[in-house]
Design a protein around this ligand. Structure first.
Ligand SMILES: Cc1cc2nc3c(=O)[nH]c(=O)nc-3n(C[C@H](O)[C@H](O)[C@H](O)COP(=O)(O)OP(=O)(O)OC[C@H]3O[C@@H](n4cnc5c(N)ncnc54)[C@H](O)[C@@H]3O)c2cc1C
Length: 391
């Protein structure tokens, strides 16, 4: 057994990098080890469906190798964790070696869902990691017709990028509108309008019945019987937490690693952060957030909790963005599909909407309205009456 002790972070993405950085910033001087199953240093995922896919950017590394050397952070690449023994305080890697820890931070992100009934044909892609983005990009440049299955954020961004590369794109979504399960139908319709204006064939309220082809994908058959020719198919139907390796560990898992409001799991000395972690909300329910800004917000809370230091006093307002064509869709606060939506600006492409719940402003969503979205931060943080932003 290799006993490193110190703090071991399992996962090699944004959460791993941010947490290691925050540990050193908090003057933790003991050993820090990042264990990643990927062969790349931690990198940024948002560009994968945008600039990387459009071949505008290649290097998405978050920090260069020197950063880890200078900060004495050991990065073990190509080392997937296979199991966790919380009593012995060890993890076992896929190569059979063991690693001891004083504190363990789980940052294993998400695994993209696939459609099991799809045949195993060339040309069918998912997009979660850099290798998958590069594989998709290789085919996207010459694809004439693409079908994107699922109009969540990644599906919508992939559709926009493929369109920009010149492909005919169909976007298929069983919900009534793109992003409906996150932002509600009303804003989803505005997003559908944006894609239609760019020439995307948006098909909502219908799923995929069958995918046909010989060696490569050729046709996607929808539930209503219509057939779409396809050189490539991108499946963007969401992801599930990367917790398979924790089965049998005794750790409480329920839509991710169940944690308190500071990232402590159900086992002593085990913490979780980022897309894989379900943290207790201040209102008492569990929430798992799959957005970039949340990771740094959580690192600023988890690291002091682990080191016995004071947590930050300011509570951050949740934020995420999505780039589709020239429109940056931004969301501040915690809008829910069931909220009352007030669209206060709409020029046919760009828009601004406030979300009302129980009479207060729960969130704001803008398309191409960056300044106006950010201006609402104070009101959302204060739980201001909706009249304050509508008036
Ligand atoms: C294509 C794409 C576009 C996005 N665009 C946006 C955007 O525009 N705006 C926004 O707010 N958010 C966006 N996000 C979300 C954002 O990137 C994530 O919230 C963020 O990456 C979460 O970081 P994480 O470290 O928790 O997970 P990840 O970045 O997924 O990192 C998890 C890491 O753990 C590794 N791992 C998994 N299992 C093991 C194991 N058993 N052992 C060792 N290592 C393991 C994985 O390989 C991976 O390297 C996007 C995500 C994707 C995929």
């Amino acid at each position: 057994m290799t006993s490193t002790g110190g703090i071991v972070i399992v996962g090699g993405g944004l959460a791993a990098a941010r947490t290691a950085e925050q540990l050193r910033r908090s003057e933790y001087a003991g050993p820090v080890t990042i264990v990643s199953d990927e062969d790349h240093l931690p990198y940024d995922r948002p560009p994968l469906s945008k600039e990387v896919l459009r071949a505008e950017v290649d290097d998405v590394t978050l920090k260069p190798a020197e950063f880890y050397e200078e900060n004495d952070i050991t990065v073990r690449l190509g080392s997937g964790a296979q199991s966790l023994d919380t009593a012995a305080k060890t993890i076992t890697l896929r190569d059979g070696s063991e690693l001891g820890y004083d504190e363990l931070i789980i940052a294993t992100g998400l695994v993209p869902k696939r459609i099991p009934s799809f045949p195993d044909l060339a040309g069918i892609h998912v997009l979660r990691n850099l290798d998958e983005a590069v594989a998709l990009r290789k085919e996207a440049g010459s694809a004439r017709r693409a079908v994107v299955v699922g109009a969540g954020f990644i599906g919508c961004e992939v559709a926009a990028s493929l369109r920009k590369l010149g492909a005919e794109v169909a976007l298929v979504e069983p919900q009534p509108a793109p992003l409906a399960s996150v932002l509600g139908e009303q804003i989803g319709e505005l997003v559908a309008r944006l894609h239609r204006a760019e020439g995307v064939d948006v098909r909502c309220g219908v799923g995929v019945a069958e995918v046909r082809g010989t060696d490569r994908v050729e046709t996607v058959v929808l539930g209503d019987g219509s057939e779409l020719a396809a050189d490539i198919v991108v499946v963007g139907i969401g992801s599930r937490p990367g917790t398979d390796w924790l089965e049998g560990s005794g750790l409480e898992l329920d839509n991710g690693v169940v944690c308190d409001g500071r990232g402590r799991s159900s086992a002593p000395h085990v913490w979780a952060i980022g897309d894989v972690a379900s943290w207790r909300h201040t209102l008492g329910h569990q929430v798992r957030v799959e957005h970039w800004s949340n990771v740094a917000d959580q690192a600023r809370v988890l690291v002091p909790a682990m080191l016995g230091q004071e947590p930050p006093s300011a509570v951050s307002v949740p934020y995420f963005w999505s780039d589709q064509y020239d429109v940056k869709i931004q969301c501040l606060g915690e809008p829910e599909p069931g909220d009352t939506v007030h669209v206060v600006e709409d020029d046919g492409r760009k828009f601004l909407a406030y979300y009302e719940r129980d009479g207060v402003v729960a969130g704001v969503v803008g398309g191409g309205m960056p300044g106006k979205v950010m201006k609402a931060r104070g009101k959302i943080a204060a739980g201001a009456p909706i009249a304050d932003v509508l008036g």
